[in-house]
Design a protein around this ligand. Structure first.
Ligand code: GLN
Length: 476
């Protein structure tokens, strides 16, 4: 068995007992990449040298008898929109093809001080816009479970790398489902933290009021370790200035879930037409297991669900159009000089950005323009408040909400590329969570055939309960 198949927990135990070294573990992951990545294409950049250097340092600490954190020496992959100093960072866009990061994102700084080992940067939809990695300017990633199918997106490279044991865990970003949906499609665990729980400093912004960085891992337990390491306030991101107590993975792990005290809500608006039969069966089967174990299951209502996608596809592009204005061919990245500055902007942005990114910049510019702002953007903000209220009301009655992560399992390449609306519809269960800012985790709930994700949604800053619930599910 390849050492890269180990979970964080298992690897940590073996490292501490000196049964394996961090260098061996890292070499195992690099070997899997060498063996599989030509086919899977999970990675855009490999950082083998950096990884081995980091691993060696951890081995030295162990040799000196120093105590190490759970993530020390464990190989990780990082989505290519999160900055690692001196490593290329492209957001899978031609406009940043040769861009090298000048500093570490806060999450990277935190992971480095925890002794993390970075094996490479993973493929994604360009600037995180998409649900299949088909929007990468460089190559599509294949789903390791069935290589004819997409791994989901936009963190498709991260999910595929974890599934294929090319790393032990990975970081992704989630603006409307980009951690949970690929986790669901590839059969791994993906956590989207509460908005504000993890610093966004050093994450290439897509839609700033929705973006969150989070882990993709093999188990809920591993996700808890990673979340502990990356969460907490950061003076470089004002939205992360939460005064809440710091999350401790041990609180989740040492205190098993009391099923008899758990109230699970099933939103009636989510189990409707459009939900594929097998997916519904798997998700209902998972919920049944909780009920059998003593949990109370009741129907709840999230009445504004029907407006969520429309609301997201106004707010998100509005923020996209503002955030992506900085890629002008002057400050950094791809540049196409023309006879004057304006022509240069046009040519650079036309050639540097892919079709989906251009579509969203145009949509966003439109909904923010004078005369349309009130009709679209302002109205969408009001609807967003209603969506948030829906969740607050539901959480007065229940502790967690369970839904499918996506309406169907991984689709085939090309199946939805010609129909953007069909692609957008696949995000129906994940987008409301970002609009409300609450945390959610996707855990695999079908084995044997194409993976299906069970989404567990929690109250603001209650990652503890959803992680405990996910862990309990893995155990039953
Ligand atoms: N698939 C969604 C979109 O295309 C979500 C993307 C994301 O979460 N980054 O916008």
């Amino acid at each position: 068995m390849s050492l890269a198949k180990l979970t964080i927990k298992e690897a940590h135990e073996k490292l501490k007992k000196r049964e394996i070294s961090a260098v061996e573990l890292t070499q195992a992951a690099l070997k899997e990449i060498e063996k599989k990545d030509e086919k899977i294409s999970a990675f855009l950049t490999l950082t083998s040298e950096l990884a081995l250097k980091q691993a060696k340092k951890v081995d030295e600490q162990i040799a000196l008898g120093e105590s190490i954190s759970p993530l020390a020496g464990v190989p990780a992959a990082v989505k290519d929109n999160i900055l690692i100093e001196d490593v290329k960072c492209t957001a899978a866009s031609k406009i940043l093809e040769n861009y090298v990061a000048a500093y570490d994102a806060t999450v990277i700084k935190k992971l480095k001080s925890a002794g993390a080992v970075f094996v490479g940067k993973t493929n994604m939809d360009e600037f995180a816009m998409g649900s299949s990695t088909e929007n990468s300017a460089f190559k599509p990633t294949r789903n390791p479970v069935d290589t004819e199918r997409v791994p989901g997106g936009s963190s498709g490279g991260s999910a595929a790398a974890v599934k294929a044991d090319e790393c032990v865990y990975a970081l992704g970003s989630d603006t409307g489902g980009s951690i949970r949906q690929p986790a669901g499609f590839c059969g791994v665990v993906g956590l989207k933290p509460t908005y504000g729980a993890v610093s966004r400093y050093g994450l290439m912004a897509m839609a700033s009021s929705l973006d969150q960085i989070g882990p993709l891992a093999k188990t809920a337990e591993d996700a808890a370790y990673i979340f502990e390491a990356i969460s907490g306030p950061d003076e470089n991101d004002a939205t992360s200035q939460s005064k809440r107590p710091v999350f401790k993975a041990d609180d989740v792990l040492s205190e098993p879930l009391n099923f008899k005290k758990l109230k699970i809500g099933i939103p009636k608006e989510y189990f409707v037409e459009g939900l594929e039969h097998e997916t519904e069966k798997a998700v209902r089967g998972a919920i049944q297991k909780f009920e059998d174990a003593g949990a109370e299951v009741k129907e709840v209502s999230l009445p504004s669900t029907g407006y969520a996608l429309a609301c997201y596809y106004i707010i998100m592009p509005a923020e996209v159009s503002a955030n992506l204005a900085r890629y002008d061919g002057i400050k950094y990245g791809y540049s196409k000089p023309e006879r004057d500055l304006f022509e240069s902007y046009l040519a650079t942005r036309h050639e540097g950005f892919g079709k989906e990114v251009r579509r969203r910049i145009m949509l966003g510019t439109y909904v923010l323009s004078s005369g349309y702002y009130d009709a679209y953007y302002l109205k969408a903000q009001k609807v967003r408040a209603l969506i948030k209220k829906d969740f607050e009301n539901a959480f007065k009655e229940v502790d967690v909400i369970m839904t499918p992560t996506s309406p169907s399992p991984a689709f085939k390449f090309g199946e939805k590329t010609d129909d953007p609306l069909a692609m957008y519809l696949a995000d129906i269960y994940t987008v409301p969570v970002n609009l409300a800012g609450v945390p959610a985790i996707s855990v695999p709930c079908r084995e044997g055939s194409l993976p299906i994700g069970l989404q567990i949604i929690g109250r603001h800053f209650d990652e503890k309960t959803i992680l405990q619930t996910a862990l309990a599910y893995e155990r039953i």
